[in-house]
Design a protein around this ligand. Sequence first.
Ligand code: ZN
Length: 501
Amino acid sequence: MSIDIQFLGAVGTVTGSQFLVTAGDRRVLIDCGMFQGAPEEVRRNRIPFEFEPGELDAALLTHAHLDHCGRLPALVKGGYHGPIFATAGTTDLAEIVLRDAAKLQQEAEARWRRRHPDQAAAHHAELRDEQAMVEAGEAMPDRLRAAEPTGATETRAALYDERDVDQTARQFRDVRYGEMVEVTPGVHATFHDAGHILGSAIIELRISDGREETTVVFSGDLGRGNTPILRDPARLSHADHVVVESTYGDRDHADHEKAIEDLVQAVAEVAGGGGVMLVPAFAIGRTQELVWVLDDLVRDGRIPRLPLYLDSPMASRASDVYLRHTDYYDAETAALLRSGDSPLEYPGQAYTNSVEDSKAIRTAERPLIVVASSGMLTGGRIMHHLKDFLPDQACTLLFIGYQGEGTLGRHLQTGGRTARIDGQEIEVRCRIRTISGFSAHADEDELVAWLSGFTRGDGAPQRAFVVHGDPGPAAALAERVRRELGLEADVPRYRETVRLR
Ligand SMILES: [Zn+2]
């Protein structure tokens, strides 16, 4: 029996994860994520699936971030009726993420239709043109390409609606960490803790035709050791092939203690100047960890207790899921919980659920801290805060997560002095800071250390595929893996198929 893997996303970029494994007549999909960030990336979401969704036997989901689960409802809408395997933490979070995604897309489409009432036909023709170009691998024409990152990522035509999300949720099958499940005859999967966000998993796939067994391990997004709330990523020791992420394949993070010191200093600066600290953060994972750290620092008297606004309805719902799944916590957080502290809450934190409350933050008493999504400044609540706070010298824009190439976040992080938001040119006068030590992704050394677990003894993999990285980091990690671990390591191309057996 032959086994093939096809790389349908998260190659040459950090979004759109999607890998198809074909074993004989069985087809299993690992992740089905949304492309995000630069406009030309977002447009890839419109490319039809490479396979007939109805012919898929099983879908497996590593974790609930949109760039891993965001196209699942489109898969279901396209005719996939089979099971979607994931941990219970992931299915709970994914439902929140997908509902939000459906709502945003429907709103964007409605807005577009209001602005262009007579252009429905032209609109569809344009969509077809764009799609054909994307499929042909041609560059986007200039009129479709933003001159500079604007944060605008509307797809205009919604890929799916909330009913598709309802149906997707009905197809979820919860699995436990460490439990081996048969996902389709001849293919078994074991989910191991990836320590990235609640419920996140490394997936170990065993494919057998009764005579020979092949193991393929997918790292998913790999977390870091010694971070708050979650356990460290599981170390595996056997695989024939490993598909590994490389978000930070060319960089080492500052250690956690240095990150804490930088955060203490950033808070002190804003507190002293009576300003606002604006933190873009993914609603799921980053926000909960940051609250954990701020709560810890207030308790220890290392930072003053500034008002904290959690400006994301999705973060608020995600925090409820975190509170329900205490069995996923590491020993430290479990102990805090037993001692009566509520480690996922900051004293007096305020969730701003309505848009009016969110906009009212601009006139609230300062100093204060706002945590809002999206994490890479590609849309969402953070955009109106940027208009208010970027021109203000008393404010700090603090990055704690990865900023993908082509995003407004990357533009500002790398010294952009102006930003175009909603067609308006905004001058940047606030402080821009980056703290890398809070990352939810393993750094270069940690990725290599995780991979080295496979090379001891007789379990050495034949090959590593380096995915989920911008081109520089992916190439750097592949090179280091070849040099230090002596493994064959490749950076696959978009839509490339590789025979594994
Ligand atoms: Zn992730």
